[in-house]
Design a binder for this molecule. Structure first.
Ligand code: PLP
Length: 396
């Protein structure tokens, strides 16, 4: 009989020749437990998903209660389903007045796709702009927005009329014109290796979009839902988008995404032609129940209040000559080292020693650190010690 590892390689599609191949039997809080008694402290939260930790009891309870009521009933947008309604209302309460309508989908990429269509329909324009080194997803449309020609080349032709500007370039803002339907920006760039707006650049993007009648779409799929220390990252940058995207951390471990806009903008899906965007499973009741519970955990456990000091503790503890710089926005952090050739063995060693980290898609010299927001000070200190020891072992 083949082992699970053998079956994984034989029957599951692979996307690289070096999958992590960790086999997890159980996960709880900030820990994941391996099949042979291994215990890993999860410093990446399934890439920005487990913001409230793995299997948070309040999230599990909400899932269990919904399981007893109903699963899928009907395609999106026809029936009044309490978990969807409650979540949409709760989201609107966390947001400025213009972001009052949520369209629920299954993933981040789908939220991006929906927003691309919405912006084109609302403005009647065709050009879409995003940033170099941005990651917006892997479907054809979201892949078109993704800012790495290296990753995209093999899949062309992708969407026409998609152009890229550099994050933090004021000069490039002139390329946003009255032809531009929407500018897609990650409020905090994730896969670029953690880049934040400098010199009020995001405010300048907002102003330029307003001047040209272009919609500003903020992708908070990775940085939203508390990750940066405010519920939405844009709260820290003094701007409000026309369309907001979220997913990942939103579901507390369940698949869900959303694009959120005003009644006026979202209204264009209703006519000429009707059914402007459709999904069978979008806003699955179990995912919506889990998402509402996740939002409640963030609020009721006051998780946002601890984010800044926890990030500072990481920075204080991760002092090592091999760590050149630590960039962060809340608990979305990147520890930069000399090169991938040094970083990769450190990551591998840390896994062996019980701490899971990662690097970034478009920044392979920096260690990704994005633990559940529930991580304790003791756990942070333990994790940092393991990372520092791993660096010393690799460099000795
Ligand atoms: C900023 C951002 N946008 C979009 C996506 C795509 O989300 P998904 O993988 O759920 O399709 C991701 C995923 O990493 C992301 O980080």
């Amino acid at each position: 009989m083949l082992t699970s590892r053998q079956l994984f390689l034989k029957h599951q599609a692979q996307t690289s020749d070096f999958p992590l191949m960790m086999e997890i039997e159980k996960a709880e809080g900030v820990y994941m437990y391996g099949a042979n008694g291994e215990k890993y402290l999860d410093l990446i939260s399934g890439i920005g998903v487990s913001n409230v930790g793995h299997r948070h009891p309040h999230v599990l309870k909400a899932i269990q209660e919904q399981l007893d009521k109903y699963l899928h009933l009907m395609v999106y947008g026809e029936f009044v389903q309490t978990p969807q309604v409650k979540l949409a209302e709760a989201l609107s309460k966390t947001l400025p007045e213009n972001l009052s309508i949520s369209y629920f989908v299954n993933s981040g990429s789908e939220a991006v796709e929906g927003a691309m269509k919405l912006a084109k329909k609302y403005t009647g324009r065709t050009e879409l702009i995003s940033c170099h080194n941005a990651y917006h997803g892997s479907t054809q449309g979201s892949w078109s927005l993704t800012g790495s020609e290296n990753f995209k080349r093999a899949y062309r032709p992708l969407l026409p009329d998609v152009n890229h500007i550099w994050f933090n370039s004021f000069e490039d803002l002139e390329r946003i014109t009255t032809r531009t339907a929407a500018v897609f920006v990650e409020t905090v760039q994730g896969e670029a290796g953690l880049r934040t707006s400098e010199n009020n650049w995001l405010q300048a993007v907002r102003e330029r979009c307003t001047q040209t009648g272009t919609l500003l779409v903020l992708d908070e799929i990775q940085c939203g839902f508390g990750r940066t220390g405010t519920f939405w990252a844009f709260e820290q940058f003094g701007i409000v988008p026309d369309i907001l995207l979220c997913a990942k951390g939103m579901g507390g471990g369940m698949p869900i995404g959303a694009f959120i806009a005003s009644e006026e903008i979202m209204g264009v899906f209703k006519s000429n032609p009707i059914l402007g965007h459709m999904t069978t499973f979008g806003g699955h009741p179990v995912s919506c129940a889990a998402s509402l519970a996740t939002l409640e955990v963030i609020q009721q456990e006051n998780l946002l209040a601890g984010v800044a000091s926890k990030a500072e503790l990481f920075k204080e503890k991760l002092q090592h000559p091999a760590i050149k710089q630590i960039r962060n926005c809340g608990l979305m952090m990147a520890a930069e080292m000399e090169s991938f050739e040094i970083l990769k063995p450190v990551i591998d060693q840390a896994i062996l020693d019980g701490v899971l980290t990662d690097w970034f898609l478009f920044c392979d010299n920096s260690m990704r650190i994005a633990p559940p927001l529930t991580i304790s000070e003791t756990e942070i200190k333990a994790a940092c010690e393991i990372i520092l020891n791993a660096i010393n072992k690799v460099l000795q």
